[in-house]
Design a protein. Structure first.
Ligand code: XMP
Length: 475
């Protein structure tokens, strides 16, 4: 038996090449997420329950990447997360939240809080009759009064089809924050808000769909409700569906891809995870638009320990990307990324994007609250195949997992904590800054150019030690 050598990020370096780049701003990180979707930065937040729900996905899209909502939610909950992302910024909100004039203020406030909005349109017999904003209901939370008692009745409106420039001028002139769009029959056709206009100007790099709303992906499994879940997510306008299974080179995964593509031919579909060229090819033949690569590479993974299976991440990415290139299908490197240098190496080896878990797990935008340990702040970050994640899932599905033999659960992930790191935008700035410098060291302005120029050199343990800070006392 011939045994090949498998390498990962710490085994190699990129050999520096002549560069004519004078500042990092001359580099362009635009890349392909999948066959038909492009991103402005090559970063994806992982579909894990301690990483990506709507807050993370909205932030990822603002910065030019994308987040994939995890699937360990009910169908309704996952759809709601997608809708929240879509509503977090849009040029025109097509279906603004409404209340009736006869509803109580208390109910209206609860509805605003639930939906995370600062105002509601008041509609009666399909006609706009007022607007209810935070200002109208301030100090009214205990009130038994009705919406019609406090709403603003003189609403400045505009016709559907108004240009953004005109809308901005109307908001400025009337010093208002919300501009409902009303058709000739008086029905609500949309809403433009000052927040969305400002947002649009503040985040020029954001990833957007055709309607100017943030891009978002959502994961589905390969068993149970995956078809109805996919349908519901697509109806909510999820831009991409990710078939998420630990062993993606399997009949289950391939059948799922075929079924989804047959029922929803226009669905942009990613599947994984695989770690070989053959796995990549089989998923591509089944119809995927991108392949997620990484078996056992993640920081919280113990798949390699428990099963003995996996491929060191850099070799896996390289092998899969060679196959992806033949078919014009992008590859996502998933797991094991600890530094911007790792992101650069994954891209140089052929990945078009990099999926990130632990680096984003400790941010404000990841689900869950802080925990304190020895006076320091942390957030929980756990493998989706960890004991607690599996137990939680079973309990949710069956209502009760008390009768299960816990010894039957064989965990392939661990529960962990990661240091609290503040906003994900700051981490992204550090990562993309490092990748931009990495591009320049490879004499490249773009990711595809770097992939052409890249020359890896294998290093010894001494080379690795030399690559770290050494012979100094760190402050
Ligand atoms: P990082 O290294 O960014 O990796 O934290 C995130 C990726 O790890 C994978 N993942 C798992 N792999 N057991 C595994 O073997 C698990 O329980 C598990 N949970 C997540 C996943 O691909 C994720 O994107």
């Amino acid at each position: 038996m011939e045994i090949r050598e498998g390498l990962t990020f710490d085994d190699v370096l990129l050999v520096p090449k002549y560069s004519n780049i004078t500042t990092r701003s001359q580099t362009d990180l635009k890349t392909k997420l999948s066959k038909n979707i492009s991103l402005n930065i090559p970063l994806i937040s992982a579909n894990m329950d301690t990483v990506t729900e709507s807050a993370m996905a909205s932030a990822m899209a603002r910065e030019g990447g994308i987040g994939i909502i995890h699937r360990f939610l009910t169908v309704e909950e996952e759809v709601e997360e997608v809708l929240k992302v879509k509503r977090s910024a849009s040029i025109i909100i097509e279906n603004p939240y409404v209340v009736s004039p006869d509803q109580s203020i208390r109910d209206a406030i609860a509805y605003m809080t639930e939906k995370g909005v600062s105002g509601l349109l008041v509609v009666s017999d399909s006609k706009l009759v007022g607007i209810l904003t935070g200002r109208d209901v301030m100090f009214e939370s205990e009130s038994n009064r009705l919406v019609k008692d406090v709403m603003t009745r003189d609403v400045i409106t505009a016709k559907p089809g108004i240009s953004l420039v005109e809308a901005k001028e109307a908001l400025r002139k009337h010093r208002i924050e919300k501009l409902p769009l009303i058709d000739d029959a008086g029905s609500v056709r949309g809403l433009i808000t000052s927040k969305d206009i400002t947002h649009n100007e503040n985040y020029p790099n954001a990833s957007k769909d055709k309607k100017g709303r943030p891009l978002v992906g959502a994961a589905v499994g390969v068993k149970g409700d995956f078809m109805e879940r996919t349908e519901a997510l697509l109806e909510a306008d999820a831009d991409v569906i990710v078939v998420d299974i630990a062993h993606g080179h399997s009949e289950n995964a391939i059948n799922t891809v075929k079924l989804i593509k047959k029922a929803f031919p226009n669905c942009e579909l990613i599947a994984g995870n695989v770690a070989t060229a053959r796995g990549t090819e089989d998923l591509i033949k089944a119809g995927v638009d991108a392949v997620k690569v990484g078996v056992g590479s993640g920081s919280i993974c113990i798949t390699r320990v428990i099963t003995g299976s996996g491929v060191p991440q850099l070799s896996a990415v390289y092998d899969c990307a060679e196959m992806g290139k033949k078919h014009g299908i992008p590859i996502i490197s998933d797991g094991g990324t600890r530094t911007s240098g790792d992101v650069t190496k994954a891209l140089a080896a052929g990945a078009s994007t990099v999926m990130i878990g632990s680096l984003f797990g400790g941010t404000d935008e990841s689900p869950g609250s802080y925990v304190m340990k020895n006076g320091k702040r942390y957030k929980i970050y756990r493998g989706m195949a960890s004991f607690m994640a599996t137990l939680g899932r079973k309990t949710k599905e069956a209502g009760n997992a008390a009768n299960d033999d816990l010894n039957d659960y064989v965990a392939e992930g661990v529960e962990a904590m990661v240091p609290y790191k503040g906003s994900v935008a700051d981490i992204i700035t550090q990562l993309t800054g490092g990748v931009r410098s990495g591009l320049s060291y490879c004499g490249a302005n773009t990711i595809p150019q770097m992939q052409e120029n890249a020359e890896f050199i294998k290093m010894s343990r001494a080379g690795f030690a030399e690559s770290q800070p050494h012979d100094v006392d760190l402050m």
